[in-house]
Design a protein around this ligand. Structure first.
Ligand code: ADP
Length: 309
């Protein structure tokens, strides 16, 4: 990814920062920084951008043993344009990328290695029939082996329509333990349900009826809400932080929620950790660069302008 540094239209010679980003890899980095063992499985091209991605992930402590590098297709690209101070436009070069070649066999070694949690996102499902099949088979395998399967809906309207996403994600639902969605993404999954429930309350209820154990709703600057099949409900407000860059907040949130789950925290504390990671992401530049290590989790409680000496 190249991220233009200053607000304004793209221009020759404009400064851009080189980095890497991706919904699942952002989550993996977030978890690794908190001290969890995280692995990323997927495909990059056998090229310099692909090598940059894998060595950055390894540098962050993410296991890339089961990531593949393909010579026949390039690593996908992304350019982030800061069009005006707080409006970001993202341009993708994803078609025919190495990641779009993903097929079930590519994930088999990672699945055979085993895990407690499998994290999936709607972004990979949108890359094509092969990636969608790979995600579906991974979810079925993980579910059959008793892992927790988390799905972040992560709807990308540049990649597919709400109708296409709904039809593709519906067959995944029976394998999903934890569904994470923004409040405005709930209709993506629920409109494909037979009774098309309207409103957040009924949408969440319908997802629980469909067999999901935990439904977690991200509400941006308003925090997050949780409801599970046992009837427990919680809403936890967001932290007050200066907003630098909101891209990546959802992925950071997922890392925080899954970290809480892995640590055996009760739902309210999982949401609080998720909001804390989301707040670190919005208060720093980059999708994942500002995410905290475990001993930094309490930092945002400090008064604005604090210097820690
Ligand atoms: P997405 O990036 O997927 O659209 P949200 O915008 O809902 O997701 O943000 C995800 C999470 O990040 C929120 O649930 C919240 O915890 C945190 N967050 C987002 N915006 C802010 C904000 N302005 N202040 C503090 N936390 C925020």
């Amino acid at each position: 990814m190249l991220a233009a540094q200053l607000p304004g239209p793209l221009a020759v010679g404009a400064e851009a920062r080189t980095t890497i980003a991706g919904a699942e890899s952002n989550v993996a980095i977030g978890l690794a920084r908190l001290g969890h063992r995280a692995a990323w499985a997927g495909l990059v091209g056998d090229d310099e951008p692909g090598r940059l991605i894998l060595r950055t992930l390894r540098g962050e402590g993410v296991d890339t043993t089961h990531a593949g590098a393909r010579p026949e297709a390039p690593t996908g690209g992304m350019l982030r344009e800061r069009r005006v101070a707080d409006l970001v436009r993202v341009h993708y070069w994803r078609s025919h990328s190495a990641a779009s070649l993903l097929a079930p066999a590519d994930l088999a070694p990672a699945l055979d290695a085993g895990a407690r949690v499998l994290h999936l996102t709607g972004v990979t499902c949108a890359l094509g029939p092969g990636p969608l099949k790979a995600v579906r088979e991974a979810a079925a395998h993980a579910h059959a082996h008793g892992w927790t399967v988390a799905l972040d809906v992560n709807h990308r309207q540049r990649l597919w329509t709400v109708e296409e996403a709904g039809r593709a994600l519906l067959p995944l639902l029976p394998h999903i333990t934890v569904l994470i969605a923004s409040d405005d993404e709930l209709p993506v999954v629920t409109h494909a349900l037979a009774d098309r429930p309207e409103g957040e309350e009924r949408a969440v209820g319908a997802l629980l009826d469909a067999g999901i154990r935990d439904v977690v709703v991200k509400r941006g600057g308003a925090g997050a809400a949780f409801r599970d099949r046992d009837g427990s409900r919680h809403a936890v407000p967001a932290l007050h932080v200066p907003v630098r860059d909101t891209v990546g907040a959802g992925d950071a949130f997922c890392a925080g929620y899954l970290s809480g789950l892995l640590d055996g925290l009760p739902p309210e504390q999982r949401l609080a950790r998720a909001n804390t990671l989301g707040a670190f992401a919005v208060a720093s530049d980059g999708d994942w660069e500002g995410l905290p290590r475990r001993d930094e989790l309490p930092l945002l409680a400090a008064a604005p302008g604090t210097t820690i000496r």
